[in-house]
Design a binder for this molecule. Structure first.
Ligand SMILES: *[C@@H]1O[C@H](CO)[C@@H](O)[C@H](O)[C@H]1NC(C)=O
Ligand SMILES: *[C@@H]1O[C@H](CO)[C@@H](O)[C@H](O)[C@H]1NC(C)=O
Ligand SMILES: *[C@@H]1O[C@H](CO)[C@@H](O)[C@H](O)[C@H]1NC(C)=O
Ligand SMILES: *[C@@H]1O[C@H](CO)[C@@H](O)[C@H](O)[C@H]1NC(C)=O
Ligand SMILES: *[C@@H]1O[C@H](CO)[C@@H](O)[C@H](O)[C@H]1NC(C)=O
Length: 348
């Protein structure tokens, strides 16, 4: 006779409607190990879905660029900074695929991550930072979402919510220093080409690599803003940054070479939160995708006094902020690193 849980499992497999939100699994990425070995545990656990995703994303890339990707893959150390070349090689070896196949998703997420990020200061001066990451291929991405704690000497230097096989960071916290999320800006048609040419020119960072480098190197909220704002990136994007002290919240609107705009919290003048989705904050978003107005409405209704991780989670769990494309929700607070928490979302 069949157990109830087994029946439930079949029901879920057929209708995919009864998934509960769940916490992503957590891994330690030991920075004291050689780059090639750091992701071994992750690769072993997520092999099937990671390979599947690489194949799907590989199909998206214009065919004429394949030779260029192969060129980069064959000289990875020349084209990518440390530690990315070694880590990508290690992941490819673990998955048993070509280096180019692991390289592609690291580029693709740069183009198309659609998101909502909020940074807010409560009435005690604490900064809260939350985000939803929305993306196509939601089902696979949910399956490979994980939390990585990057450690040296057994101590966490920074943490990220990420996807298996991905070496950059789109959502990260350097405890007691700063928190960062990235949202995509303007998807142009020749993005692929520009991105790959920038890599071949060796003078531009992937937007997610730059966050990881900032987590490694920057020792304050201000340093993080300068690094994220002024390094050359392969694509325009938004960086949303939170710090441990009052007033420390910013949205950096990036052009490729420099910031197009820096927008800061200004709680003394009533600007106690910033909302960034995927549109420049000084322009009206399209009426068909006004997640910004919805977020502002919910934040206004919550109020600065009641802002905390519970209320921020509630806001990020309300449509249209939570949508069928949402893969995960993360909450952070640089001053109180234990707040760092994520949920894989199953709004089908
Ligand atoms: C994700 O994982 C679930 C549960 O293991 C599985 O049923 C589903 O097919 C996976 N989705 C994809 C796209 O691989
Ligand atoms: C880290 O912890 C492990 C197991 O707890 C221990 O074997 C190892 O020596 C520690 N490494 C460092 C660098 O402290
Ligand atoms: C790389 O730098 C060179 C020299 O500064 C510049 O001419 C070139 O346009 C840059 N390439 C990219 C893709 O930014
Ligand atoms: C939220 O409150 C601000 C400040 O009072 C106001 O400018 C804005 O129009 C409000 N937005 C929404 C959507 O309620
Ligand atoms: C967050 O704020 C709400 C509304 O004021 C309150 O009910 C809740 O207890 C607070 N939660 C925490 C963890 O402080």
């Amino acid at each position: 006779m069949m157990h109830i849980p087994a029946l439930l499992l079949i029901f879920c497999a057929v209708y995919a409607t009864c998934h509960e939100d769940r916490r992503p699994p957590e891994y330690i990425v030991n920075l004291d190990l050689p780059e090639e070995q750091r992701w071994n545990a992750v690769v072993a656990d997520f092999k099937y879905d990671a390979i599947l995703l690489n194949k799907i994303l590989g199909e998206l890339m214009p065919k004429e660029l394949v030779p260029l990707v192969e060129k980069i893959a064959s000289g990875l150390d020349d084209y990518l900074p440390k530690p990315f070349a070694g880590e990508i090689r290690g992941i490819a070896k673990g998955l048993g695929v070509e280096v180019g196949e692991v390289l592609i998703p690291n580029i693709v997420y740069d183009l198309t991550a659609f998101c909502t990020s909020i940074v807010a200061q409560d009435s005690h001066g604490q900064i809260w930072h939350g985000r939803n990451l929305d993306y196509k291929y939601t089902s696979i991405l949910r399956n490979i979402t994980l939390v990585a704690h990057f450690q040296r000497n057994n101590k966490t230097v920074y943490s990220a919510v990420t996807y298996a096989g991905y070496t950059g960071i789109l959502t990260g916290q350097k405890p007691n220093y700063f928190t960062v999320t990235a949202d995509a800006r303007h998807k142009s048609d020749d993005f692929w080409k520009n991105a790959i040419l920038a890599i071949l020119d060796r003078n531009a960072s992937f937007m997610s690599f730059l966050i990881r480098q900032t987590m490694e190197e920057s020792l304050s909220y201000t340093e993080a803003i300068v690094k994220l704002g002024y390094s050359v990136t392969i694509a325009p994007c938004y960086y949303i940054v939170g710090g441990p002290y009052r007033g420390q919240g910013a949205v950096i609107t990036r052009g490729r070479m420099r910031p197009r705009d820096l927008w800061f919290l200004n709680p003394n003048h009533g600007r106690w939160y910033l909302v960034e989705t995927n549109y420049d904050h000084w322009e009206e978003p399209p009426a068909t995708d006004n997640r910004r107005a919805a977020a502002m409405k919910y934040l206004n209704a919550t109020g600065q006094v009641d802002m905390n991780d519970t209320t921020l989670f509630k806001i990020l769990s309300t449509p249209p902020l939570l949508r069928s494309l949402t893969t995960y929700t993360t909450l952070m607070s640089a001053a109180q690193p234990d707040v760092f928490n994520s949920w894989i979302r199953y709004k089908n």
